[in-house]
Design a protein around this ligand. Structure first.
Ligand SMILES: [Zn+2]
Length: 246
């Protein structure tokens, strides 16, 4: 019998998991199982960590709004946008996200604001691409569509559970889900539950500006998102890549 090691890796072996990810994630063939996907020890057969990570990545990919263009992005593809000070605000946020992706087992959350097209999505996608086995990247609009789909299939609780449990949740363009208090309440539920786990459930939230969380529908989570012990805030001041004329 193959023992599914999902729980084992996540709960009792997180240091092993993290070091394996740092040293071997993406290495082919897998140095532990030679890509067979299973390991034997003391007469028991275990799922190898590489197979575990592939399963996790497939689960999280289903709920991520990645496109082929976003999936190819890295920090190296960033180009200077705006003057030196504005550009620094992009780089500071990009560094914070790279740190979060490297230390996702316990780290501060990141809140980003900035004009549409300033590079928020680029740096979030770049961070996601480092840890697809441990993260969901979703735009608020995509999340809204998934919530309605899950309601139709009566799987909303399962969907919310995945959003709460995923090691890193990246929610892009909060506020774009405009007009639906039910969606805002669902997002608030997810944020509140992740907040209860603090640094062990790092969360990245981007929005055009902080007015988004000043909306009455986000009243429940506002104080949490201003918790400076848990959350680092990066206002990106660079202009939009899409409208620049130089
Ligand atoms: Zn393996």
């Amino acid at each position: 019998m193959i023992l599914n090691s999902r729980k084992l890796w996540r709960e009792s072996n997180s240091a092993t998991l993290k070091s394996w990810i740092e040293n071997h994630a993406g290495t082919r063939p897998c140095p532990m199982c030679g890509d067979v996907g299973i390991l034997s020890k003391n007469g028991n057969t275990f799922q190898c960590v590489c197979a575990y990570l592939q399963e996790e990545a497939a689960l999280y990919a289903r709920f991520s709004s990645m496109t082929p263009a976003l999936a190819s992005l890295s920090i190296a593809h960033l180009r200077q946008n705006g003057d030196n000070r504005q550009w620094r605000s992009v780089l500071d946020a990009a560094r914070a996200l790279a740190w979060l992706a490297k230390n996702f087992d316990s780290t501060q959350w990141v809140l980003l604001s900035g004009a549409r097209g300033c590079g928020k999505t680029h740096i979030m996608a770049a961070a996601y691409n480092r840890i697809p086995h441990s993260a969901i990247y979703t735009s608020a609009i995509y999340l809204k569509d998934r919530v309605f789909e899950a309601m139709g299939e009566e799987t909303l609780n399962e969907y919310k559970r995945v959003l709460v449990d995923v090691p890193v949740l990246m929610l892009d363009d909060l506020g774009a889900e405009n007009g639906s208090d039910f969606i805002k309440a669902t997002i608030s539920d997810v944020i509140m539950e992740r907040y209860a786990h603090g640094r062990s459930r790092p969360t990245v939230i981007s929005m055009n500006n902080l007015k988004v969380i000043e909306q009455p529908a986000y009243e429940r989570v506002r104080d949490r998102l201003y918790d400076v012990d848990l959350i680092r805030y990066f206002p990106i001041t660079a202009p939009s890549y899409r409208t620049r004329t130089n």
